[in-house]
Write a protein that binds this ligand. Structure first.
Ligand code: ADP
Ligand code: ASP
Ligand code: MG
Length: 425
């Protein structure tokens, strides 16, 4: 008998029929002899709908109140899924984030989990119940509702699995595993049977939204066996796991893209100690996370500093930087939100040279200009114009030998050919 945490995403609970399907799957897992904890997201589109309502009231929402609003989507889902389990003869109880004391810090809209009280869940499991927990939400030390960032239900699932020392965490979504790249963008993408925590961490942080980055961090830290599966098929899915020797044979495991960043350039920054510290210190003070940073060669005692931030922080970052640029005596600020970052990831890159060069060549053959470059041990990223995203992803996928073989069309037998010719005649 095992303890399994299953997380179902927005599409998997997108309507009441799909919720009934989730209920069937949970009951089947329990009947197979397991203790089952289910984490559910808001119904697909619901979180966006709630954010739109907020935007209709104000373009500068109070962050605490915004979380009060967007956390409600998951409440509807847990109640309905619990009732769907009851309707099929099962026993279930729902819990909101605060009811299982998912305590987070107070960084509204991207809060981090600090602790979880597993006791109420254990008690309900002992009574033979399937425990249905709201994803995405927590509560801070003062009792305010917080949310964990887009895709945060994945993190609720893995964090609960870690807190309960579950035997497995299964993330059910609308694709049947982790692919070499987004299968909705690249039809030649291949499903992976296994991927290392490290590679998944890079892919997630570089835009592959199939798992939220924090969920992979938790899984890696607490060694949670993490599966990504489809809620619509019986495919075994992808296991995210520790690296073993054979996994280094693959040079590039996957390609990711991210269209959710924007680029800011501070022009004519005086090239003297403290300027960068002031610029980025001002951003940090507003909890704005900066991704790529490039500083150009200094000319006449001045330099340009370019960096990227999440689009959701773009307006706030622009405002902060305009002020900070003035404070450090820079000559101006330029912004561009029509960028995309494409990346290749693979633990095999550690031991091979020439991978980045092949990436640049591939992009150049497609006539795609590279604006910024960033590398680490197991990834290379390029910032390009957003209009080339799909083209870049597909070209890189082909260039690094990741394309699935074309579907085999059976060659007709001689008698079938005769029969076909007979039909035509
Ligand atoms: P859920 O609502 O179940 O959390 P998401 O939309 O957050 O689902 O994540 C699943 C989506 O992630 C897929 O539909 C796919 O478009 C996208 N995706 C991006 N990169 C990958 C990848 N490498 N493998 C699988 N899916 C990916
Ligand atoms: N409902 C939240 C979102 O749409 C959390 C999640 O689905 O994981 O981002
Ligand atoms: Mg998701």
């Amino acid at each position: 008998m095992a303890l399994i945490v299953q997380k179902y995403g927005g599409t998997s609970v997108g309507d009441t029929e799909r919720m009934k399907n989730v209920a069937r799957r949970c009951i089947a897992a329990q009947k197979a002899g397991h203790d089952v904890v289910v984490v559910v997201s808001a119904m697909s589109g619901e979180t966006n709908r709630l954010l739109k309502l907020v935007a209709q009231i104000t373009d500068r929402p109070d962050e605490r109140e915004q979380d009060v609003v967007v956390a409600t989507g998951e409440q509807v889902s847990i109640g309905l899924v619990s009732m769907a389990i009851h309707a099929q003869g099962g026993k279930a109880v729902s819990f909101l984030g605060h009811q299982v004391r998912i305590v987070t810090d107070s960084t509204f809209s991207k809060a981090r989990i600090k602790s979880i009280d597993a006791e109420p869940i254990r008690a309900a499991l002992k009574q033979g119940k399937i425990v249905v927990v709201a994803g995405f939400q927590g509560v801070d030390e003062t009792g305010s509702v917080t949310t964990l960032g887009r895709g945060g239900s994945d993190t609720t699932g893995v964090a609960l699995a870690a807190a309960l020392k579950a035997d497995a965490c299964e993330i059910y979504t609308d694709v049947d595993g982790v692919y070499t790249t987004d299968p909705n963008v690249c039809p030649a993408a291949k499903k992976l049977d296994r991927i290392t925590y490290e590679e998944m961490l890079e892919l997630a942080s570089l835009g592959a939204k199939v798992l939220q980055i924090r969920s992979v961090e938790f899984a890696m830290k607490y060694k949670v066996p993490l599966w990504v599966k489809s809620s619509f098929t019986e495919d075994p899915g992808t296991l995210v796991c520790e690296e073993d020797a054979s996994m280094e044979d693959v040079l590039v495991r996957g390609v990711a893209y991210d269209r959710n960043e924007a680029k800011i350039t501070v022009v004519g920054v005086p090239d003297q100690p403290g300027a960068a510290a002031k610029l980025f210190g001002a951003l940090d003070a507003k909890h704005i996370v900066v991704d790529l940073i490039v500083q150009n060669l200094s000319r006449d005692g001045r330099t340009d500093v370019t960096f990227t931030v999440a689009k959701s922080d773009f307006a706030k970052a622009h405002e902060v930087v305009k002020q900070a640029a003035q404070d450090v005596g820079a000559t101006g600020v330029e912004v561009d939100d029509t960028i995309a970052k494409v990346s290749i990831v693979g633990v095999g890159m550690r031991n091979h040279s020439g991978v980045a060069a092949r990436m640049f060549q591939t992009l150049s053959q497609e006539g795609i200009n590279i604006q910024l470059i960033s590398t680490s041990e197991i990834k290379t990223s390029c910032v390009i114009h957003t209009k080339y995203t799909e083209l870049a992803v597909r070209a890189l996928h082909t260039a690094f030998g990741l394309d699935a073989p074309p579907p085999v069309t059976a060659t007709p037998t001689v008698s079938e050919v005769d029969a076909l010719q007979g039909q035509k005649a």
